[in-house]
Design a protein around this ligand. Structure first.
Ligand code: GLU
Length: 488
């Protein structure tokens, strides 16, 4: 088995692309096959400078390794289509020689003219095909001398596939079963553009053939290209790989998850955005694996190895799957909480040090331990500002409601008791507080609320006693004094 992920560097890798890469990876690993990364960079007009690097970085971040491709090399390289142009030209010439493709000289104005001339209510979308090619300027309508002389004098031309009408183009899709198209619905595809470079269709099938790809696994949006590919394989007498088209990823409000509606719903689209937001790569991968596939056991949390051991294309569904950001957040929390506070601290330290200068790794790690159950993302820790700085403001609404005339005195009394205690543990804080509550004959909230407000500026937060241990005696005392003077 040889599979490939074949992104075009026309933008940053998006989550749909990462899912495609993942399914290819899982299938290859499951069967001991090879996973190839091929960069499809033949479209100069849509080329984005750092997109290829982003694809490599994103795959590395997600833990998806490939056996052949840019940087790692392999026996079927080069793995960038821009370095393989001669081969596409050779195949295009072969198709022309076989009578399966032809040369066309029409300018874009002439093609527009065709469209304007023929568009009618019955024919809303006229195309360059068996019904129109005879009205155009190409090697079918011109004499061979005329064609040769035009080529010799350097006229611009494209190479088009000669699609014969009335044919049934069928293939077996591993996800969708038998798929059939009529060749009448397929236009005479451009194979080589006027800049001499191949189109996606030609380059894609030539490389899949030459790289001995056995399974093509890609998104459903490519399904309509497949008949063109099948026609090309047939024309060349090559065997097409097994096809598998993955279900569409849908937006929560319906329709395909496009960049536009994802933005509207606050769903990040590029893998880079997930990296920047601090998602756990394993969580994103686990979530994406289940976006179109399921192991059949109801198990949700799975390591990459577990997925590899049970992955199969027959458990990939046909129906579009809705992207659920809440579900992803759940996965993220599970993965985050399974990590040690020390390792989370290490990954978030640069950000924490920037936001809270002077913070030590050790302190950060203890703060993470305190907050672990409250974190959805590792970076949430830096938002708990009160763990790093004395509060400047005290939430007005709850102060108005719950800060009483005696709150300041109670805090001062508690503070005095803390001063004289030598033990600085959660147990001693709790014992002191409970002892005082009993002695003063007050409700526990009467002391706990002002204490929490003084320490954090907020009415709720992590375990109070553990937080006091983390903050340390000096900080706690200082904050009690500050709140008492500010609020009383
Ligand atoms: N270059 C295409 C893309 O950007 C590849 C589609 C395919 O896998 O054939 O996704």
């Amino acid at each position: 088995m040889r599979v490939r992920f074949a992104p075009s560097p026309t933008g940053y890798l998006h989550i749909g692309g990462l899912r495609t890469a993942l399914y290819n990876y899982l299938l290859a690993r499951r069967h001991g096959g090879a996973f190839v990364l091929r960069i499809e960079d033949t479209d100069q007009t849509r080329f984005v400078e750092d997109a290829e690097q982003d694809i490599l970085d994103s795959l590395a971040w997600a833990g998806i390794s490939y056996d052949e491709g840019p940087q790692v090399g392999g026996a079927f390289g080069p793995y960038q289509q821009s370095a393989r142009s001669d081969r596409y030209k050779e195949v295009a010439d072969e198709l022309i020689a076989l009578g399966k493709a032809y040369v066309a000289f029409d300018t874009s104005e002439e093609i527009d003219g065709l469209k304007t001339r023929l568009t009618s209510p019955e024919n809303p979308n006229p195309r360059y095909d068996f019904t129109t090619r005879s009205q155009m300027t190409n090697s079918i309508t011109l004499s061979s001398d005329e064609t040769a002389s035009r080529l010799a004098r350097g006229d611009e031309y494209v190479v088009r596939l000669l699609v014969e009408p009335g044919k049934d183009v069928s293939f077996q899709d591993a996800v969708r079963g038998q798929v059939s198209f009529e060749s009448n619905a397929v236009d005479d595809q451009v194979l080589i553009k006027s800049d001499g470079l191949p189109t996606y269709h030609l380059a894609n099938i030539v490389d899949d053939h030459d790289m001995q790809i056995t399974h093509v696994i890609r998104g459903e949006e490519w399904l309509s290209s497949t008949p063109k590919h099948i026609l090309l394989y047939d024309a060349l007498g090559w065997t097409a790989p097994q096809m598998a088209h993955l279900p569409l990823i849908l937006s929560p409000t319906g329709g395909k998850l496009s960049k536009r509606n994802a933005d509207k719903e606050g769903i990040p689209v590029s893998v880079l955005q997930y990296r920047q937001k601090g998602y756990e790569p394993d969580a994103l991968i686990n979530f994406l694996a289940l976006l179109g596939w399921n192991p059949g056991t109801g198990q949700e949390l799975m390591t990459l190895e577990e997925m590899v051991s049970v992955f199969s294309l027959d458990r990939v569904g046909q129906a579009g799957v809705q992207f659920d950001l809440q579900k992803l957040a759940w996965f993220n929390e599970q993965y985050l909480r399974s990590r040690s506070p020390g390792s989370i601290a290490e990954s978030v330290y640069p950000l924490a040090a920037e936001r809270h200068p002077g913070v030590s790794l050790e302190y950060l790690s203890s703060a993470i331990l305190l907050m672990l159950e409250r974190l959805s993302f590792a970076s949430d820790i830096v938002e708990a500002t009160y763990l790093f700085q004395d509060p400047d403001v005290y939430e007005e609404k709850s102060v108005a409601k719950r800060w009483k005339a005696n709150s300041g005195q109670l805090l001062t009394l508690y503070s005095d008791k803390l001063k004289s205690t030598s033990a600085w543990t959660t147990e001693s804080m709790e014992a002191l507080l409970k002892g005082m509550v009993e002695h003063e004959g007050i409700g526990i909230g009467e002391l706990m609320f002002p204490l929490r407000m003084a320490l954090t500026g907020l009415p709720s937060g992590p375990d109070l006693y553990a937080m006091m241990v983390l903050l340390g005696k000096e900080t706690v005392q200082r904050r009690l004094v500050k709140a008492t003077t500010t609020l009383s």
